[in-house]
Design a protein around this ligand. Sequence first.
Ligand SMILES: Cc1cc2nc3c(=O)[nH]c(=O)nc-3n(C[C@H](O)[C@H](O)[C@H](O)COP(=O)(O)O)c2cc1C
Length: 189
Amino acid sequence: MKILVVDCCIRGDESRTRKLYERFLETVNEEWTVEILDLNKADLRPLNNADINERDMLVKKGETNHPMFRYANAFKEADKIIIAAPYWDLSFPSLLKVYLEHISVTGVTFGYEGTEAVGYCKAESLLYLSTCGGYIGESHMGADYVKAVAAMLGIDTFKAFTVEGLDIDPSKAEDILKTGMERMIKETL
Ligand SMILES: Cc1cc2nc3c(=O)[nH]c(=O)nc-3n(C[C@H](O)[C@H](O)[C@H](O)COP(=O)(O)O)c2cc1C
């Protein structure tokens, strides 16, 4: 069984969001294989017209193992997915949107049956982890968006967990993160 961790923690080792998922991974059964995809190091850029044309042509020819689909295929085959991204500008860093563009491929991760979109991904669940400088209020637009994409791709079990208020008083950030981590373990397992 494989867990795919999509790491969109732009600040790398400084990132509190990365610490959050690292803590979560300590609870994972040893029999699971964990694959971490660090988007900072991935070869990703926004899709342009030529990319879209190429991928449509490849799907039409049935060449869905082409390297262009490596991220989509890894996402499709994972048994469990964690996406970790800080809360940026009311959602998440644009790099995550670029990744989602690359994995949302008609004919690979989802398709149409009549007018209905049907997801082909096999993950039993997706966990979305984030941290935030202030307090978000009712709607986490980043988490809500990822939840909708996951549902489109066939993953109906979605959980989100956010540690909020990390930038209001920097002297309290470490404690807030620590308490948040333990709350995450209780609320997400
Ligand atoms: C570019 C950028 C945009 C941000 N936008 C928001 C925001 O809209 N709301 C908020 O409360 N915090 C915002 N923050 C603060 C981060 O959410 C907060 O510092 C978070 O813990 C960063 O996660 P990290 O430590 O994993 O990098 C932003 C930070 C950056 C760098």
